[in-house]
Design a protein around this ligand. Structure first.
Ligand SMILES: [Zn+2]
Ligand SMILES: [Zn+2]
Length: 374
């Protein structure tokens, strides 16, 4: 029987965690348990997969609802009796995408021929405006590259690694235990099949050297949180003359004080006085592109009214027609407290109330400073 760990527990977040918190927790888990960083570690690979599956569920509103209601059964229902169940095939489709993204186009094949250099992954933080309208960034990269002195062999210049005597170059040793033969990686060469007699002095036999370089990355308008930009051929050089790896830049977008982003749409709040709401008014609204934006609100505008300004949202990443989303302006109507008003204004308001509702007796409760006309 499998006892699956709770998805919230896997990511270490509370059941009320926001989408942002879920994303952050996953990023941390993914970086920690990433197979590239834990070569050959089966437990780490398992945790990475577990975290990814938890993220696939909790990052999707519909799946999260199904999970909250039915647990993993709601996710694995796959057409079964559970309303809102999610097909697991779909889940693994995404999982594969994510995987290939992380691995830079499929795992390292051990086939003959020169190997492709590894990819370098970096996280880059953009402001909402930079993400919306695109920007160029110089990014400093640090990565291990094949050592210049020994071309990555780890053996001192003029020498070469030799076949391991223990395993005769196979990298594996076999032991008989009872009737069964067990095969294990060779302890002498750690499964490499080769040993270095004279280590390269520059890299102490590791064959690697820390390198740094700067690249300029162009972020296209409309890029969003979590998206990964691939910069071809700027990663780690191949150890044996194959193609250079890529740089994968994962985008992180800073929260903005004024705007919330929903895909290509933006939402902002603006305060108007109760008088402007009653009479209608021109209201200045913050715009992401800093051009002043005046909108007109009709008379009788209610609190929570949403004015939609088309074409002032975020540009579409696919560039189709270069259209932009909409800016949604939520109108917040400020109702003043009568006692904090200047006396003259309070009198006028009181008079207005008597005018509009003559049958109504003035309220006795008018704040310490105020005196009702009675
Ligand atoms: Zn070296
Ligand atoms: Zn060996």
């Amino acid at each position: 029987m499998e006892e699956r760990r709770d998805a919230y527990e896997v990511l270490g977040v509370s059941r009320t965690a926001s989408a942002d918190e879920v994303r952050k927790a996953y990023r941390q888990a993914a970086l920690k348990h990433h197979p590239d960083r834990n070569a050959g570690d089966v437990a780490a690979a398992e945790r990475f997969k577990e975290a990814t599956e938890a993220f696939q569920v909790l990052s999707d509103e519909q799946r999260r609802r199904a999970y909250d209601q039915f647990g993993w059964a709601g996710i694995e229902g796959g057409g079964g009796g559970f309303p809102g169940g999610v097909d697991l095939g779909d889940l693994f489709g995404n999982f594969q995408d994510l995987f290939s993204e992380f691995f830079g186009g499929g795992g390292r094949s051990r086939s003959r021929g020169p190997r492709r250099g590894p990819d370098v992954r970096v996280l880059e933080r953009l402001t909402l405006k930079e993400a919306a309208f695109g920007c160029k960034r110089e990014i400093a990269l640090q990565f291990p590259a094949p050592c210049d002195s020994c071309s990555g062999s780890g053996a001192a210049p003029g020498t070469a690694p030799v076949a391991c005597g223990t395993c005769r170059g196979t990298g594996q040793v076999s032991n008989a235990r009872g009737f069964v033969m067990f095969t294990a990686p060779c302890p002498t060469c750690r499964g490499e099949g080769r040993v270095i007699k004279t280590p390269c002095p520059a890299c102490h036999g590791s064959g690697e050297q820390a390198k740094s370089k700067k690249i300029v990355v162009s972020f296209p308008p409309g890029i969003d949180e979590g998206q990964i930009l691939r910069v071809s051929g700027q990663g780690v050089p191949s150890p044996d003359g194959g193609p250079t790896g890529d740089v994968l830049v994962q985008v992180e977008v800073e929260p903005d004080e004024r705007f919330e982003r929903h895909g290509v749409d933006l939402a902002t709040k603006v305060k108007v006085s109760f008088l402007d709401a009653a009479f209608g008014a021109h209201v200045d609204v913050p715009a992401l592109d800093d051009e002043p934006l005046a909108i007109e609100i009709p008379e009788g505008t209610q609190p929570g009214h949403v004015a939609v300004v088309r074409g002032r949202g975020v540009p579409r990443l696919d560039g189709k027609g270069r259209a932009r989303g909409a800016l949604h302006v939520v109108i917040d109507v400020e109702i003043p407290s009568a006692s904090s008003m200047p006396p003259k204004a309070r009198e006028l308001l009181q008079a207005l109330r008597s005018e509009l509702a003559p049958d109504r007796a003035p309220e006795p409760r008018v704040g310490a400073a105020g005196r009702a006309g009675r």
